[in-house]
Design a binder for this molecule. Structure first.
Ligand code: NAD
Length: 242
């Protein structure tokens, strides 16, 4: 854990995952504010804004006094709107990075998605070393991959340390996409189709665990102390009793 407590700005903090991150931070006593285009809760400081507007993000960073950004904002998956995905996920994430650099925010944690490496084929026992597919699955995943690339490339630039996490499917209280989507399919009687031979597997993670992973990532995102110069190490070793 970092020696100094952070003040957090959770971007997308009105959303499913963002809200769980906010609640977990509040539970451990950390100062936290939310930046989002919609306000759903009224128990933490709230900054209304769109991440594609750098000035709005910068303003919220200054007013909240944040030292760590957790950026979970995105349009939901599955929309037929590539331009919106590009505007929010790519241009918006670029604006978040620029605002972080402008305000010398030490830490930026970004929620990417496991979908960035999925091209429709089975993925078994893979980890983050697997390359991105040549052809992205769809506009949502393409924009998430590009945003992730921007976040990783920004690591260490202008005093900002960055990390990106790739959750797969997230489930739990407050979910507005997955389980409601399943229920809608059932309700509309659209359940007579089967893909594969009924042995398909998919990774799911409980939302509380995904939230916890973000907080652990934030806690671990601390600058390494400068390495000890060689001559000091040598002098120390010489002074050691044999
Ligand atoms: P969500 O829709 O519940 O929350 C997203 C939040 O972002 C919303 O509150 C929304 O208002 C906000 N937002 C959208 N556009 C914005 C903008 N331009 N400016 C500011 N705020 C904006 O979604 P979620 O399920 O909580 O997903 C959170 C993150 O996790 C997303 O980045 C998503 O890509 C990623 N993710 C989700 C899943 C999943 O199964 N839900 C899986 C993998 C990755």
């Amino acid at each position: 854990m970092s020696s100094q407590r952070d003040t957090f700005l959770v971007i997308g903090g009105s959303g499913f995952l963002g809200r769980h991150i906010v609640e977990a931070l509040v539970a451990r006593g950390d100062p936290v504010a939310v930046f989002d285009i919609v306000q759903r809760y009224h128990d933490t400081p709230f900054y209304s804004g769109d991440i594609s507007d750098q000035a709005q993000v910068s303003d919220a960073l200054r007013k909240s006094g944040a030292s760590c950004i957790i950026h979970t904002a995105s349009p939901t998956a599955g929309l037929q709107d590539p331009a919106l995905y590009w505007k929010v996920n790519v241009d918006g994430t670029r604006a978040v990075i620029a605002a972080a650099q402008e305000n010398r925010i030490p830490k930026l944690v970004y929620t990417s998605s496991a979908g960035v490496v999925f091209n429709g084929q089975d993925l078994i026992d893979v980890d983050e070393r697997i390359p991105l597919p040549e052809k992205p699955l769809d506009a949502y995943n393409e924009s998430k991959a590009k945003a992730e690339e921007l976040v990783i490339a920004a690591n260490g630039v202008d005093g900002v340390l960055t990390v990106a996490l790739r959750p797969a499917g997230i489930f739990g209280p407050g979910d507005r996409q997955v389980v409601p989507g399943f229920a809608k399919v059932l309700k509309e009687g659209r359940s007579h189709f089967q893909i594969g031979d009924n042995t398909n597997l998919f990774d799911w993670t409980y939302v509380g665990n995904v939230a916890y992973a973000h907080i652990l990532a934030a806690d671990k995102l601390v600058p390494q102390p400068p390495s000890t110069p060689e001559h000091v190490t040598e002098a120390f070793e010489t002074a050691l009793p044999t």
